[in-house]
Design a protein around this ligand. Structure first.
Ligand code: BGC
Length: 760
């Protein structure tokens, strides 16, 4: 960064030379843009992200190798997302904004809202969900929070970046409908609802085209359709060819190319192959970004309130923990009863994932100390049970841990994925916990039935022991205050309220991308279409270990009086009365799913449309209103090339999870008027359904009656001739009707029909 600030008198695009404009559109260093001191234009810093600030003071790299300034490590998206709480996510975003502002960072590189297509993606811990509404709502909240402090966010990785394998070349081959409905929907929600200052284009290709070179993605969809008016920055090293990138709408290449690609830009303008206005546009957006970041610069200064941010990190971590199972109310644990803390994660907590998002935390909670503070010093005992790197004598470690567990009232076994098992840059090839951990758990269970499994993992793991263990707590990756939060939940100072934003499958083989994940020959086919996550498990009616949306509490909730009504603007208000039926204060994540029986298009069994995290005191009852936006009912019509809300009777399920429906209502929704022009390719069915052409064709078909009669006579009884004809293209009707229906007559009919209706 230079000390220069962009002054009122700073030059605009018109005052800059071509070389200066080109220089603005690529990095000056690993993390900064280039200043133009002659023109009073400063450099700004863009840095990681997403769940904390990773500002490198010395050496720079995009994989989190070199050290960075201490910053609060909040729960990564896998944890924050499990809160299903936009208000909390916004507060965390605001804290990220403050830390960035104090460090003079203009743009924090996050949040990531890619869909968790498979549990195998090495970077799932950086993403919120397998569902686009969860990803979009929480992503928008984080963006709002960051930007409320005068710091920009960078929505990433745009788009269809759902695996790490061959991430810088691989093509995500996705049909348009799943691309729109599953993979872009979350991005769209964040862009339209929170206007991030920047969007980061992904490394991968989409349907063969690099995201960084895709005018459809970066200009047509992002800007023309969604109204994005910020800057597109490349993921670090995502630019393949500079000229096609800038032409497609990729404004800022990061990190520095050493100026080489700026020279290419200048040469292309000079030889007439690139219009200078393209460079002006990109450079203008860089200038806008600098102006935005300078507007609030200096208004927030240090020192960082480390304690306050650590407390927020602990609150968020407590809200992220998901209580998967709690038979016999084994949890919460009581103080003054002996507890054996078993597992290497007790002393070596796994609280964030590896790669570019790795934060250098201001401090890290030690769970054992936190538990001592709750249980009492004389009641807490520890045995590692295994090592994370396979060193040591496994049998001896296990025997010691089992001996300890046998003597104590309760055993809490900390299991999880060692850091090396999941990371940015590569994917997993299975979802199993290490064998040594599973063996240890089995041995502990034999000596102590009061066993709690406490999990630390950035993406789902198989839980083959789920029927044998009375209590299972999913702790994901919880950030630097995870130790305190785990103690809070285990001892009931925080009543767990997190829910799963991704399905936990019984087996990897059951997941939708099982056969295609990773790809072949540089292409990965998204053959499951819109059936991702719970949409897949429900459509196939597959058993799951724990369903999407699941999470227990130390209290219980009852749902009553579910109702739905259409509001003046066409949205749907869903109402339900939720009662905390227990003696403990708690929170319930109420979910709304919709379905449309008899839909004209293929649809998932049900899809999440709205949710709310509701705090209810013991015995409190409250009516909760969950607005479902009309646009969220829409499917992407490939034929009409637009979103379409289909009319009909929608079933609205109010639920505690995707498989725990607690109330239902139906609501009539008026559909969008879509009239597609009829062409020779239109089917008989489509023509017959047309208000003008239909009756005419019906009439003409009467003339074909003789021929049809003849045909019917040799057909088996009950065969429906009209059904057979339904998909017959009208342009080829002459083949059947002969002279009776000439091509000219067909064209006249189509022209008349099309003239009768305004086209979509
Ligand atoms: C990652 C981005 C990150 C960037 C800068 C890339 O490798 O994909 O998420 O923001 O590096 O570190």
């Amino acid at each position: 960064m230079t000390d220069t600030t962009l002054t009122e008198t700073a030059a605009g695009i018109a005052d800059l030379t071509l070389e200066e404009k080109a220089s603005l559109t690529s990095g000056g260093s690993f993390w900064t843009t280039k200043p133009i001191e002659r023109a009073g234009i400063p450099a700004i810093m863009l840095t990681d992200g997403p769940h904390g600030l990773r500002k490198q003071a010395g050496a720079s790299d995009h994989l989190g190798l070199a050290e960075s300034v201490p910053a609060t490590c909040f729960p990564p998206a896998v944890g924050l997302g499990s809160s299903w709480d936009a208000e909390l996510a916004e507060r965390v975003g605001a804290a990220l904004g403050v830390e960035s502002a104090i460090e003079n960072v203009a743009v924090l590189l996050g949040p990531g809202v890619n869909i968790k297509r498979s549990p195998l993606c090495g970077r799932n811990f950086e993403y919120f969900s397998e569902d686009p509404i969860v990803s979009g709502v929480l992503g928008a909240a984080v963006v709002r929070g960051i930007q409320s402090k005068g710091v920009g966010s960078s929505l990433k990785h745009f788009a269809a970046n759902n695996q790490e394998n061959d991430r810088m070349r691989s093509s995500s081959d996705v049909d348009e409908r799943p691309l729109r409905e599953i993979y872009l929907r979350g991005f769209q929600r964040v862009v339209e609802g929170a206007q991030p200052w920047t969007v980061m284009c992904a490394y991968n290709r989409i349907n063969g085209v690099y995201a960084s070179e895709d005018p459809w993605l970066l200009t047509k969809v992002l800007r023309d359709e969604w109204g994005f008016d910020g800057l597109v920055v490349s993921d670090w090293g995502a630019v393949n060819e500079r000229i096609p990138s800038v032409s497609a709408g990729m404004d800022l290449e990061m990190p520095s190319s050493g100026g080489h690609t700026d020279v290419e830009l200048v040469a292309a303008v000079q030889d007439g192959s690139l219009d200078e206005s393209v460079v002006d546009t990109a450079a203008g957006r860089v200038l806008d970004l600098i102006r935005k970041s300078q507007a609030g610069a200096g208004s927030i200064s240090g020192p960082l309130d480390v304690d306050a941010h650590h407390a927020l990190a602990r609150e968020a971590a407590g809200r992220a923990i998901v209580l998967l199972k709690n038979d016999g109310d084994l949890l919460p644990l009581r103080s003054q009863r002996s507890v054996a803390l078993i597992g290497a994660f007790v002393d070596q907590p796994r609280f964030q994932g590896a790669g570019s998002s790795m934060i250098n935390p201001t401090r890290v909670d030690q769970v054992a100390l936190e538990i001592v503070a709750k249980a009492g010093e004389d009641f807490v005992f520890q045995a590692p049970g295994f090592t994370l790197n396979g060193s040591g004598d496994a049998a001896e470690l296990r025997a010691d841990a089992v001996a300890l567990a046998a003597q104590k009232d309760v055993a809490v076994v900390f299991l999880g994925l060692p850091a090396a098992a999941e990371s940015e840059g590569y994917d997993r090839d299975h979802i199993d916990l290490p064998e040594v951990q599973l063996e240890l758990l089995d041995a502990v269970l034999e000596v102590n039935p009061n066993t709690v499994v406490m999990l630390s993992n950035g993406s789902v793991v198989a839980l083959p022991f789920r029927d044998r263990v009375p209590a299972i707590v999913e702790g994901w990756l919880l950030g630097q205050a995870g130790g305190g939060a785990i103690a809070d939940v285990l001892y009931g100072d925080v009543n767990p309220s997190g829910k799963l934003t991704e399905t936990i499958p019984v087996r990897l083989q059951d997941t939708s991308a099982f056969l295609a994940f990773g790809g072949t020959d540089g292409h990965v086919r998204y053959g499951e279409g819109i059936f991702v996550g719970y949409r897949w498990f429900d459509a196939r009616d597959l058993e799951v270990a724990f369903p999407f949306g699941h999470g227990l509490s130390y209290t219980t909730f009852a749902y009553a009086d579910a109702a739905a009504s259409v509001t003046a603007n066409g949205d749907i208000d869903v109402r339900v009365t939720v009662t905390n039926t227990g003696d403990r204060d708690g929170r319930e994540v109420v979910q709304v799913y919709t379905s449309l029986p008899g839909s004209s298009v293929q649809r998932p069994v049900r899809e999440l449309k709205a949710f709310a995290s509701v705090a209810l005191a013991a015995r409190e009852s409250r009516e909760v209103v969950l607005p479902v936006r009309r646009q969220d009912l829409a499917y992407w019509s490939v034929r009409a090339q637009r979103w379409v809300v289909e009319g009909g009777s929608y079933v609205v399920d109010v639920a505690a999870s995707s498989r725990d429906l607690r109330g239902s209502a139906t609501i009539e929704v008026e559909g969008d008027a879509v009239s597609l022009p009829l062409t020779r390719e239109s089917s008989m069915g489509e023509v017959l359904a047309h208000p003008v052409a239909g009756p005419i064709v019906q009439h003409a078909m009467a003339g074909m009656a003789d021929m049809l009669d003849g045909a019917v006579s040799i057909m088996p009884e009950g065969v429906d001739m009209m059904k057979m004809m339904d998909s017959f293209p009208i342009g080829r009707i002459g083949m059947m009707a002969g002279e009776g229906f000439s091509p000219e007559m067909v064209d006249q009919l189509l022209a008349m029909a099309n003239a009768s209706q305004p086209q979509a």
